[in-house]
Design a protein. Structure first.
Length: 165
């Protein structure tokens, strides 16, 4: 019974949910993705939904939160095209090879991060290993691996901002 309540309620209010998601993300296509993801998340809670009102409330909440997450992700990951004007020839980095600079940056990170932070960073961002495998290898939860990586990236940003390479 709760499966049909969730599905029918979600379909009834789908246009309003799409409107909310599009307003937050700024994109109709992103809103479609948010609705798909939200319905999958809601499906995991279908057994706790007893009536149409609770299904609607939960749907609005999940869609809003998912749309906010997508908007934050998009805002934080803006790719700016670079051209030659962004890098003057008088840059202090111009006399170093890219390989030496990368080695210097990696050594700086390794020496300023905890061994656990370095391991999670290396596995995920350098070796492109997914969170489930990192969690298995290190004996931690996926959520813990994500949290460690988030703190590690912040630490790396702070190291980069405070050190002149």
């Amino acid at each position: 019974m709760s499966n049909s309540i969730l599905t029918s309620t979600f379909l009834k209010i789908q246009a309003r949910l799409h409107s909310i998601a599009a307003g937050i993300t700024g994109s109709s296509q992103e809103a479609e993705d948010v609705l798909q993801d939200s319905f999958c998340k809601l499906w995991n809670h279908r057994l706790g939904i007893s009536d149409e009102t609770s299904a609607a409330r939960l749907s609005y909440t999940v869609v809003r939160n998912s749309a906010i997450d997508v908007a934050r992700h998009n805002r934080n990951n803006i790719i700016t095209p670079l051209d030659d004007r962004d890098f003057p020839d008088t840059s202090p980095l111009s006399d170093r090879s890219g390989e030496n600079l990368l080695r210097e940056i990696m050594d700086l990170c390794r020496s300023n991060l905890t061994p656990r932070q370095w391991e999670v960073f290396r596995l995920h961002d350098i070796e492109n290993i997914p969170y489930p495998e990192i969690a298995d290898r290190l004996g931690i939860s996926q959520e813990n691996a994500r949290a460690i990586l988030s703190r590690t990236r912040k630490a790396i940003r702070d190291i980069y901002r405070n050190k002149k390479l």
